[in-house]
Design a protein around this ligand. Structure first.
Ligand SMILES: [Zn+2]
Length: 290
């Protein structure tokens, strides 16, 4: 289980969400059989989407984070619910690029930086909210920071990390997001800038065994931060046979008739959890009649 913690400054003007996403990222890497650098990319995607989803207000609200940077791993998508339960998929999970000169994984290299970051918030309204910005760096954290600043005019800092051990085993993963709520106080901006400069990287804090409470309170140091709430989140796919039927139906009558005619069995694989749903030709034709 992952754990999300939210902390608020004393004056209520600064909110920090921090997460321990180790189990979520391990599961994302396992489901997709991801290469180490793709696992690091999926790790940042799921960690960020989980935090962002956890900021939605109502049950049933969902948040989709999509990055298409033109790099070897293709498009990355993560979808989270309002509790930060998250699932993800990637175009090419086996994609690999050379490590950076310092020996670290080149996440921005596998994602690419020629493309867009898209955030879709479906809050049960007629039209979902959709915001899009050109990618800044492809390292995900900076891109989400830019998204909030440009698209939602909310001064935000996002920091994400995944720690790999021997044999590319995922030892720990996590991150945090700090947001200044309008009206923006100059004092809060100044203190936060100092905190961000003084804080160690997320990877370092994870290596040192800090939990999300400690990370959130470090981010709000000097602002009288207090823990607001905390809860568990996990890698979770909500696909089902019923829902898969709906997706098949959206292909249209002619296409379904073609599938039923050409093959005994039609197999549909969920991109998020790899679960397979098999429909016989008879079932497909029956579905059309229904
Ligand atoms: Zn699924």
């Amino acid at each position: 289980m992952g754990k999300i913690v939210r902390a608020l400054s004393e004056d209520g003007g600064v909110l920090c969400s921090a997460i321990n996403s180790t189990d979520i990222v391990r599961e994302a890497a396992r489901v997709h059989g991801a290469s180490p650098v793709a696992a690091a990319a999926l790790g940042r995607m799921t960690t960020a989407a989980s935090i962002m989803g956890g900021m939605l207000k109502y049950e049933g609200d969902t948040l989709t984070l999509r990055i298409n940077g033109g790099g070897p791993c293709g498009t990355l998508t993560a979808v989270a619910d309002y509790r930060g339960n998250v699932k993800c998929c990637v175009g090419n999970a086996a994609a690999s690029v050379p490590q950076k000169a310092d020996g670290s994984l080149d996440v921005a290299g596998v994602i690419g930086n020629d493309g867009t970051l898209t955030v879709v918030k479906d809050m049960g309204l007629k039209e979902p909210y959709c915001g899009q910005i050109p990618l800044q760096s492809g390292n995900i954290a900076d891109d989400i920071t830019a998204y909030y600043t440009i698209s939602e005019q909310l001064p935000t800092v996002v920091s994400l990390g995944t720690v790999f051990g021997e044999g590319a085993k995922i030892e720990a993963a996590g991150g945090f997001m700090v947001q200044i709520v309008p009206p923006i106080s100059d004092k809060a901006v100044k203190v936060l800038e100092e905190n961000m400069q003084n804080m160690e990287s997320v990877n370092k804090m994870l290596e040192n065994g800090l939990d999300p409470e400690e990370i959130a309170l470090k981010a709000l140091a000097g602002l009288g931060g207090d823990i607001l709430d905390s809860w568990e989140a996990q890698y979770y796919c909500d696909c089902s046979r019923e829902r898969t039927k709906g997706i098949l139906m959206s292909l249209g009558k002619a296409e379904i008739e073609r599938l039923a005619k050409e093959q005994e069995k039609t197999e549909v694989c969920c991109h998020f959890c790899n679960k397979k749903y098999v429909f016989s030709a008879d079932e497909l034709l029956k579905m059309l009649k229904e």
